[in-house]
Design a protein around this ligand. Structure first.
Ligand code: TXA
Ligand code: MG
Length: 329
């Protein structure tokens, strides 16, 4: 359960910017305006802060988040830019364009923020308040739209307050956002593909690239089309090792993804054991989910057995993710 927080609202002056950076550094949640919509920011490198963010939004599933940075140089520390990606970044950043790119090996953004994917969405926003916060914090900030899951994106601080008061630490009020629609998302893995139409018209992008863009919303058959980017756009990481859920005992050859303080039967014979949260904390479990799954996937077991995870709070998103990982392929 989310503990009830006192959500402060500050108008966007120098003191508010400094306070926003301080709260982000302490693992807190700060809503702030961008030129598109208000974002709900967390330290992208802090898995627990990212887990709290999903919980505050009430997301039933872990969607990958956009990492916001202050300039192209900061973005290059997170992701690999091919020639077309670099051209788009130079033409449109800062601005309402998000690029989905291969995650750089040294990228420090948490696995939970990218939902375990090898790709990352990055954007350099063009709003003085967002830019000042990013400059003051000096680390990437993940920021989904600052609304409860399933609600529309907020374009005023009052919308954020109506949706998220009591669930986040601070709202920086910078007035109405100029564009009012989310950023346009382009995947640049091989050939550029439009994933989400948004504040930057596709015609402007096509003019810079000198080519038409294919449109492939996430989950569409097109998104998985071999000619564009084989298997890379499906926004879900899945282990190669089969996954067995609700395991109370470990079968021979299995690796174990544990949860809580009660040991599974036969745990001594497990190929490898990692515990999502020995003290049974779902926020800690979410923060560890993708990195533990990856580590167990590489442990050489015949299967990954997963102990039961409670369904409340972030447990719903964790179980959603695990159910997908266990689905027959
Ligand atoms: O204008 C915006 O983009 C706003 C402001 C706050 O920057 N942010 C925003 O974030 O709209 P969000 O989380 O509400 O939407 C981000 C979208 C999601 O649909 C997510 O699936 C997609 O971006 N996305 C992020 N990373 C991705 C990735 N690696 N691969 C595919 N899709 C990705
Ligand atoms: Mg959104």
């Amino acid at each position: 359960m989310t503990a009830q927080l006192t959500t402060r609202v500050l108008s966007a002056d120098a003191a508010a910017i400094a306070e926003a950076a301080r709260i982000l550094g302490a693992g807190g949640l700060v809503a702030f305006p961008t030129e598109t919509v208000y974002g709900l920011g967390a330290d992208a490198t802090n898995g627990r802060a990212v887990a709290r963010l999903y919980e505050a939004k009430g997301r039933p599933a872990f969607n990958p988040l956009i990492a916001h940075v202050v300039d192209l140089r900061a973005a290059q520390a997170l992701a690999h830019f091919n020639a077309k990606a670099a051209r788009l970044a130079k033409a449109f950043w800062p601005g309402p364009l998000t690029l989905v790119l291969p995650k750089a090996p040294k990228c420090r953004v948490s696995d939970l923020a990218t939902a375990g994917l090898d790709t990352i969405g990055v954007r350099v926003p063009n709003h003085p308040v967002a830019r000042d916060i990013l400059a003051a914090f000096d680390k990437p900030v993940v920021a989904p739209s600052a609304n409860r899951s399933g609600h529309v994106s907020p374009t005023r601080a009052e919308h954020v307050q109506a949706d998220l008061a009591g669930r986040i630490d601070l709202i920086v009020n910078g007035g109405a956002t100029p564009l009012g629609v989310e950023s346009t998302i382009i995947a640049c893995l091989k050939e550029p593909v439009l994933l989400r139409p948004g504040g930057l018209p596709r015609t402007a992008i096509e003019a810079v690239l000198g080519q038409k863009l294919a449109y492939a919303p996430p989950g569409s058959p097109r998104a998985d089309d071999a000619p564009i980017a084989p298997g890379m756009l499906a926004a879900h990481y899945s282990p190669r090792t089969p996954v067995r859920l609700g395991a109370r005992r470990v079968e021979p050859g299995e690796a174990l993804l544990a949860f809580g303080s009660t040991p599974a039967e036969g745990a001594k014979s497990a190929q490898k054991i990692l515990n999502l949260s020995p003290r049974g904390d779902l926020i800690e479990a979410a923060a560890n989910l993708f990195s533990h799954l990856r580590a167990l996937d590489g442990a050489g077991g015949t299967r990954i057995a997963v102990m039961p995870i409670p369904a409340d709070g972030l447990g719903e998103a964790i179980n959603d993710r695990l159910t997908r990982a266990a689905a027959p392929r």
